[in-house]
Design a protein around this ligand. Sequence first.
Ligand SMILES: *Cc1c(COP(=O)(O)O)cnc(C)c1O
Length: 425
Amino acid sequence: MKNRLAILGGEKTINHSFKRFNTIGDEEINAVVKVMKSGVLSSFLGSWSPEFYGGKYVKALEKAFEKKYNVKYALAVNSWTSGLICAVGALDIEPGDEIILTPFTMCACASAIIHWNAIPVFVDIDEDTFNIDPSLIENHITKKTKAIIAVDIFGHPCEISKIMRIAKKHNLKVISDSAQSPWSKNQDRVIGTQSDIGGYSLNYHKHIHTGEGGIIVTNDQNYYQRMALIRNHAEAVVGDMGRMDLNNMIGYNFRMGEIEAAIGIEQLKKLESIVQRKQEICNLLSQGLSFLDGLITPYINKKNTHSFYVYPIKLDKLKIRVSRERIVEALIEEGIYEGLANGYVNLHLLPIFQKKIAYGKSGYPWNLTQNGKTISYKKGICPVAEKLQDETLIMFEVCLFELSNSDIELIIKAFKKVWKNLDKL
Ligand SMILES: *Cc1c(COP(=O)(O)O)cnc(C)c1O
């Protein structure tokens, strides 16, 4: 019975659930208590005053990020979605402008574009890194293109040098979304810091977190100021501040509280060791799984390091006839109850884009320009991303757990068992 798959009535390989990933310790708890005792849970004022830039802990968190990431400016926000909205708003985007991005990313990348009445243009991805394929970008640049959102998905950096070169040639700006790659390196530089504006998420699911939160980074003072305004009631402040570029100065409240900032300061100190452990776990997984026929373990480009938000596995459909869904089911039954998923996302296939119904029903903002009207989100425009989504990618969300080395051995054992019995599935 030991060799029979659990899905076919055999014994399970794994009989316990994995420990939840949790890096909140006494450091964070003590920091929070200190803020609570002070009674000052936020010091932001939505007017042009010293408190416009927030409280003591918010400023200290920003300083800590500036130092660690070696950037001139860091801005704390209440989520990285807010950060993306600030970043797009800081560029001189006009309604109907186009912004290029990958479809293989979290929806906030596209909604930050739509938010400013601009139009997302999806470009297919590289099969190995799952990031935008730079060789396809230029085909999609039009007179309306203003920027590229360069996402570093799953923990692997995108080809930022190539993207920056293309952007420079066509006078485009680049925003990095490194939410899943907070300490990944590209040629020894931390990813997210080589573009015009970058940033990281601090939500509960990410490597380090403050519950909810985000950090924007830039070396450009102008962008920094504009984003600080959008974060904090721009329209009411911008005049008093003496700024003349008043476009897109819709102000929000994207401010981070002092409690979150105090947690963030402690979490940032742990970032490197957290990423290092994820790398160890995933290297062990790759060593154990690399001999399975038709299973492709994650690729890491030599110029980069991977921070493994996700451990992405691919199936070689020429070698494996069983459906991915059946394989994932079998793995779940062996005891990997959480963290496995069939595919990721293809943003262009979401109803908002399929039906072009972002604002009302008349096709706004696509109907602003002739270009916009003809932009297609049909299935088939991103064949690589679609194939990964439909058939070949298995995501293992390693950031959910604190896996011990014996957990990793069991996971490998479960995969081996399923692979040995593929013909019975
Ligand atoms: C998590 C994530 C976001 C959004 O971050 P929030 O802080 O949850 O708003 C954006 N982009 C990517 C790639 C993400 O993984």
